[in-house]
Design a protein around this ligand. Sequence first.
Ligand code: GDP
Ligand code: MG
Length: 297
Amino acid sequence: MITKTVMIALVGRPNVGKSTLVNALVGEKIAIVSPKPQTTRNRIFGIAERGETQLVFLDTPGFHKARTKLGDYMVSVSEQSVGDVDAVCLIVEPKANIGTQEALLIERIRAAGVPAVLAINKIDTVKKEELLAVIATYAAAYDFAAVVPISAKKQDGLDILFDEFEKFAEEGPQLFPDDMVTDQPERLMCAEIVREKLLLSLESEVPHGTAVEIESFREREDGVTEIGAVIYCEKASHKGMIIGRNGDMLKRVGEMARRDMEGLLGGKVFLQTWVRVKPNWRDSGANLRTLGYTNEG
Ligand code: GDP
Ligand code: MG
């Protein structure tokens, strides 16, 4: 049972391994949202559970663009994400000199007065002596709560990182439901996009008997978001109409939906669609909840 929660902002320059780390922390069920910058809100990256603690990892909006928008970035320093989390995890390359972006982030952390854990990533690429120099450099620059060498790729040092994060956990209600690994809104929007295309493409009563569930949602290392959508319909005859002759209808719906999803997520999407018959899905509360049609929470 979850009795404690902790929110952690993951910050670091592009390519430092944030996505890889979140994948590794959240585990195989990961469904990462694509790095579409958002203007005002924190973006939830992933949710993990360890013992009685729920860990929520946040991406920090704006940082992906920090190189081109340094000005904006500095202005937003005090108000954004870093202030509302329990701790920040700064992820850096295993280099014994502090880059401009790292220096800015350290300033941001200092200004917010929030505890920070330093994760030195990619230690699989350096020798131990080099690593010691990296640790010394960063330890001298800021009073980190902990300095943890890791390899997100090789899943090395992650237990220690988890231990450090858990120290900032506080008693409190569970923030997100069990089994939720990321924030749902984008998934739901993608499901709605598919439904919209069905409504546009199919004239009959069929679309009203359909529901769409995004079964998988994963950002690959190459930046492409892989989305698996299941279209539920009530009758086998409907399934045939949705798929269409030679699969033409489903292909068309998928094409249109993919384009919209790419607009929504701001990146390439690889969309797979399936059609399943699920009689009377509209009468089942559990089905409706699974499909996101609920007013609760
Ligand atoms: P992000 O831009 O910060 O999200 O970085 P990514 O997670 O996309 O990783 C950028 C690149 O670094 C990818 O090619 C990863 O495979 C690689 N990478 C991430 N973590 C490690 C690591 O621990 N060791 C090594 N060798 N490469 C890593
Ligand atoms: Mg990334």
